[in-house]
Structure formats: structure tokens, C-alpha cells
Ligand binder design. Sequence first.
Ligand code: COA
Length: 256
Amino acid sequence: MQYTNIISTTVNGVNTILINRPKKLNALNSDTINELQIAMSRANEDKDIKIVILSGSGEKAFVAGADISEFADFDVEEGKYLAADGQHKLFDFIETLSIPVNGFALGGGLELAMACHFRIASDNAKMGLPEVSLGVIPGYGGTQRLPQLVGKGRAMEMIMTANMITANEAREYGLVNYVTTQEDLLSFTTKIALRIITNSSVAITAAIKAINANFMDGINGFNIEINEFGNCFGTNDFKEGTQAFLQKRKAKFPGN
Ligand code: COA
């Protein structure tokens, strides 16, 4: 498929998806959300892709939020549909990604970043959930994921004030793991991606499932961990990992 709003490239198992609407600060319109969903589904199904890095093109922004011009005249039902559709289609779907945040990540941009497994920001990044300044609240999971990452008090303050925080504040809050210069952002992120993909992809998938279970209502994460831990013993990755350790060599995981 030919994309118009994103650019997807894969090198050495690392799939980089660049949101490419720099003139609109990469704001998420519905076409971009659809293309991201398709690109992520493909990455998920492609055995040669081990990790996805999501970034934004241009000097200024990762993503400046949902595209305000698309929903400014929506009514209540359309507003509900917009949030539900986006959440189900994309935000809840993102399961295997790491992410650099480059420039502004506001509203839906920060929500997209927060749906990923961890975030790396360039030192010019500013992050916030400014929705209450538009008369609306975050609708792509922001009220749920922000408190998980920064704690309830800080999330309340960020959402109520609609203020932006700097990359260094975001690191202090636990919202991003690292801050790099703009020039180093992708190379630093790729280095971490390449480190991750030396490990067992089957075990990493199991770990993501178990960690995410910690945040699901009505699910006992310890039981999920026991189950996923046990399942690992039936995989070729486990056989290879343990044999390699005993034979004092580096493991070459088959990924199954
Ligand atoms: N939706 C639609 N268009 C957006 C957008 C958004 N979320 N964010 C930026 N744009 C567009 C602007 O309308 C402008 O388009 P134009 O050149 O055709 O007029 C272009 O991107 C550049 O933005 P501009 O506001 O001129 O840049 P700036 O550097 O002065 O300000 C921001 C940058 C990010 C502070 C500002 O654009 C902003 O506040 N954006 C909205 C953020 C937001 O509220 N997001 C949550 C939405 S739910």
C-alpha cells in the first residue's frame, strides 16, 4: 500500500514509522490514524520485524495532537465515536513498540507516545495534554495512561492546567526514559532497539503481556506471570537460551 501521511522503512529488523505531515505538526487526522493502524498491523505480522520505532518528521513536532480541524463541529455521539474508534483501532493496539518523541507531543501525540512501551525524547520536546483548553478532555486513553506513568497528582495537574512540560521534566516524572539531543535521537533509539532484538522475541512478548496485566482491572498479574513463565519452557527460544548459557556461547534465538 502507498502511504500518504507516513513513511515506513525497515533495516535490520527495526521498522521505523515516521508520521509525515510536518506542515500540520504531524497532527493525527483520520487518514493518518488509519495508515498507522495498517503499518503497525503489518509490522506485527512480519516475522522479520522485531521492533518498531515511531517518530515524527520535521524539526518541531512528534505529533501536535488530534487534528482539531476534523472534529471542531462534532456532536456528542460523534465525539464518543471518535474516541472509541481511535482507541480500539490504534492506541490499544500498539503492543510491541518503543518510541522516540521529537518536539511537541501534545494531546493525541502524547497519548500515542504513552500507548507505546517506552519513550525517548529529544531535548527540545515539550509534552502536555491541552484538551481542557479546547473544552474537551483527552479521549485516546490520556486520562488512564498518564496517571499510570507519572502518578495521579502530577497527571491531575498536567491535565487541569493544560500546561506543557519540558523533556527533562518528563524524564524526572518518569514519562520518558531518556533525553537526547535532536541529532542523536534516532541513532540512540536504534541502539536500544538493536539491544532489545538480541533477546528472545517470544520471551519479550510474554513479558509485555505480564507487565500490561498489572494495569488491567479484574486481572491477577501474578497469575498471568506464572502462566507466561511456564509457557516459555515450551519454546525453542528457551531451549536455545539455556543451552547457550550452559555451553558458554551467545544465544541465537529462533524466535519461536
Ligand atoms: N490539529 C490541526 N492542526 C494543527 C494542530 C492540531 N492539533 N496543531 C498544529 N496544527 C497546524 C496549525 O493549524 C498550523 O497550520 P497552518 O499553518 O495551516 O495554519 C500548523 O499546524 C503549524 O502550527 P502553529 O500553531 O502555527 O505552530 P506554533 O509553533 O505557533 O504552535 C503548537 C505549536 C503545538 C503550540 C500549536 O500548534 C498548538 O497549540 N496546537 C494544538 C495542540 C493541541 O491542542 N492538541 C490537542 C488536540 S486534542
